[in-house]
Structure formats: C-alpha cells, structure tokens
Design a protein around this ligand. Structure first.
Ligand SMILES: *Cc1c(COP(=O)(O)O)cnc(C)c1O
Length: 227
C-alpha cells in the first residue's frame, strides 16, 4: 500500500473504532448504524480505495460531481447517497444513480421525484438553524411534507436528516431531531431512520439515535481545493 492508502485505512479504522465506542456508550448495536463516507470533491479513485477497504455507502452533494463518479464506478453493492441541496430540475437525473436522497425539503421536490419508478428511499431534511437558504424544511412543515411523500408514488420515506447548526451543542440539536422523529412516526410508523452525525459530532449523533452517519474528512482527510 502507498503512504496515502495506509493513512486512509488508518483513518477509516479510527472512525470505525469511534463508532463502536459510541455505540457501546449508548447501549446500541453498531451493526444497526450505516456509515456513509462523503467523498465530495474527491476523485473516483478514492471511492475505489474505500470500496476495497469494505465501504459500500458513499455520499455526494452535487449532481455534476456525483454523476460522472456513479457512471465510472459500477462495483457490486456500491450505493450512492445524495446529501446536498437538490434542484427540482435535477431530481430525475439524481434518482437514476442515488439509492437514497437525504435532502428532501419541499413539496415541489417531492413532486419532481415522483413517477412510475421503483421507489427511491428518502429522508426529509430538517433545518435546525432557522436561517433560510441552508437547505431543510422548517420543523413545523415536516408533517405536511411527510404527508406529501406518503401520498406520492415512487418515494419511500426512511426518516429525518439534519446537520447540527453552528452555535448549538450538537447533542441538544440532535435531541430535537429525535423528538421530531417521534412525531413523524405517529404519521408513518416505519419512518424511524435518523441521518445525522458528521466528522466532528458523530458520537453525539449516535447517543441520540442516529442510524445513518455522513462522515467526510475524518475518513477521507482534507478535501481538495473547492471543498
Ligand atoms: C460534507 C458533508 C458531510 C461530511 O462532512 P465532514 O465534516 O467532512 O464529515 C455530511 N453531510 C453533508 C450534508 C455534507 O455536505
């Protein structure tokens, strides 16, 4: 292995150990937690290295970067998670390679993803910052957005996704998502998944019930320029 490959394997091991520790602390089974490695701004070669290290779930946040990687990498069992803000006019294209879309945040996007296709798994993204333009639906809009998904053919609701805002303890932010998830489950008992936790706060997310972690730099190292 080259130095770069060894360092990558070491970072992946460190994060896996951190996930195991946090799961033990929470009394949870780490096998029930999906770790998505966010490879945005990195080349397809890094995705292939991670695949060879056993990673199967990869996250991207821009269609124009994700599409060529998805076209290049057809490894068996490799799944793409779309985690960035999604324009409605790109929705059909993203749906062609993404197994999971984490950023559904408005009814017009639900409508753009609809169709007579095999259902795509989706998370509703909750905005915890209260700042417009950052992606995510306001907490008070979640119920009507969830109802829209349930009434629409071609989407399967997994649960809620969130990014901890600056200026708030991540654990208290994630606790808010967990409570919103309990309300959502009154509408759809199957929508139990929680996509939350990044490089700096995955421990707190696991303690609050995260089922899908989205981890970039702690595994990939620093992103190339532009990231
Ligand atoms: C980039 C990104 C991540 C990963 O961030 P890191 O801090 O590098 O772990 C997670 N979620 C979303 C939505 C992202 O855009």
């Amino acid at each position: 292995m080259s130095d770069g490959a060894e360092a990558l394997a070491a970072r992946l091991d460190r994060v896996r150990a951190g996930i195991a520790d946090a799961s033990a602390e929470a009394g949870r089974d780490p096998a029930a937690i999906t770790t998505i490695v966010v490879t945005k701004f990195h080349p397809a070669s890094l995705v292939r290295q991670l695949y060879d290290l056993g990673v199967r779930d990869f996250g991207e946040n821009r269609h124009q970067d994700a599409a060529p990687k998805a076209a290049e990498l057809g490894e068996p069992g490799l799944r793409w998670h779309f985690v960035g803000q999604l324009q409605s006019k790109k929705a059909r294209q993203v749906r062609q390679y993404a197994s999971v879309i984490h950023s559904v945040d408005r009814e017009s996007l639900v409508d753009a993803l609809a169709g007579p296709f095999a259902p795509v798994d989706v998370f509703l993204q909750v905005d915890l910052s209260g700042e417009p333009g950052r992606g995510g639906a306001a907490p008070e809009q979640l119920e009507s957005l969830a109802q829209r998904v349930l009434d629409t053919h071609g989407l399967h609701l997994l649960g809620l996704m969130a990014v901890a805002p600056l200026g708030e303890e991540p654990r208290s932010a994630f606790a808010r998502v967990r409570r919103a998830s309990e309300q959502l489950q009154a509408l759809d008992p199957g929508a139990t998944a929680l996509s939350m936790g990044m490089s700096g706060d995955y421990r707190e997310a696991i303690l609050e019930g995260a089922t899908h972690l989205r981890i970039g730099t702690a595994i990939t190292g620093n992103r190339p320029a532009g990231g």
